[in-house]
Design a protein around this ligand. Structure first.
Ligand code: FES
Ligand code: FES
Length: 163
């Protein structure tokens, strides 16, 4: 298949790629840009390990074309840290043992980033609903939820301190 030039904006940087029109976004990120944080778990939209943000919305990069993202801002887990410092969710995962093997973690972090951006004070039910498309086979989820709640509290404190 003939390749076409494509410009992708990822984590605030523009990249020009010569790729097939049917290249999946996950492959463009992992294989062409060496951004291997986003994971391929199922390849059929069922696990959430490949979740990235496209213009701020969580999307499954294993089942969307890279070409469909041209002109949009893509954020991967590599773009979660803030000015070189760990984001609240990254720190809380470390503090609370939110990950075991860590395979699901990038996808969860992107979903949490969207949740915190759109609903800074979610209820427990809202947290669980927001994360319902992401699966973890190791943790039993409880430490992960504690980490997420700690990150929400840290974000709220940071917002209050900035006022
Ligand atoms: S790898 Fe994309 S949803 Fe599982
Ligand atoms: S920590 Fe292993 S799959 Fe979630």
């Amino acid at each position: 298949m003939r390749k076409a030039l494509l410009e992708l904006r990822v984590n605030g940087r523009s990249h020009e790629l010569a790729i097939e029109p049917n290249r999946l976004l996950l492959d463009a990120l992992r294989l062409d840009l060496q951004l291997t944080g986003s994971k391929r778990g199922c390849d059929d939209s069922s696990c959430g390990a490949c979740t990235v943000l496209v213009d701020g919305t969580p999307m499954l990069s294993c089942t969307m074309l890279a070409a469909s993202c041209e002109g949009q801002e893509i954020t991967t887990v590599e773009g979660v840290s803030e000015h070189g410092a760990l984001a609240a969710i990254q720190k809380a995962y470390g503090d609370w043992g939110g990950a075991q093997c860590g395979f699901c973690t990038p996808g969860f972090m992107m979903t949490v980033k969207h949740l915190l951006a759109t609903n800074p004070n979610p209820t427990d039910t809202e947290i669980r609903e927001a994360l319902s498309s992401n699966l973890c086979r190791c943790t039993g989820y409880s430490q992960m939820y504690e980490a997420i709640k700690a990150a929400i509290q840290a974000e709220q404190k940071g917002t209050a301190a900035a006022k």
